[in-house]
Design a protein around this ligand. Sequence first.
Ligand SMILES: [Zn+2]
Length: 250
Amino acid sequence: MVLFDVHCHLDLFENSEEIVRRAESSGVRIIINNGVDVESNRKTLELSRKFKSVSAALGLHPEFIERFSDELIDSEINFIRKNKNKIVAIGEVGLDFHWVKDKKLRFKQEDLFRRFIDLGNELKKPLIIHSRGAEREVVNILKNAEHGSFIMHSFGGRLNLLNDLLKEGAYFSIPPLIVRSSHFQELVKRVPLSNLLTETDSPFLSPFKDKKNEPANVRLTVEKIAEIKSLTFKEVENNLFMNYLKLFSY
Ligand SMILES: [Zn+2]
């Protein structure tokens, strides 16, 4: 079995060892930890050294833009460059207008996002994109940029943006929250299987009310996609893994 989680934050767990073991024993072979700032980028590299099943994505999360000075941004982009052989993707990057309302900070997010698009081209790595409250803006920036492959992580925007994103070649990674979210169910109906992937955003976006999310839960997403697309679990699992291979070995 080859299940995978392209987007999580293992560094936010105190018991990451237990979380990884539990994922592995439920068939999850690949867990991509996404860094969000200087500290978590280092922890992400550490986790990928420690666990065979963990791969690293490094980035600067737009929600924390206020904390990122120009010097920090330059040095972190260089850090990512230096570690290009240790990472599989650039993420978590993108725009967040849900938490960030200030116009100047939003411009700063957009500049930073464009720099990460360029970095993706330079390093030939896919981008893992956060777009909360700024989905239209993310689409516009991608449309007007030369970009490589990219994943829209837990896309919460309007579904009328899907076609524009698909035209740009978007992959959509779907969290286990789909079991009780009509938004993600409708998204999966509209997006071809060839453009879907699985993620958890652990410990966030739990499908359970009183339990943290964790990578082992990706099987819930596969089950739900199978139900929606009228396919077997195995068929969905195999197809999603082919998408994974196509995307991460370009
Ligand atoms: Zn995240």
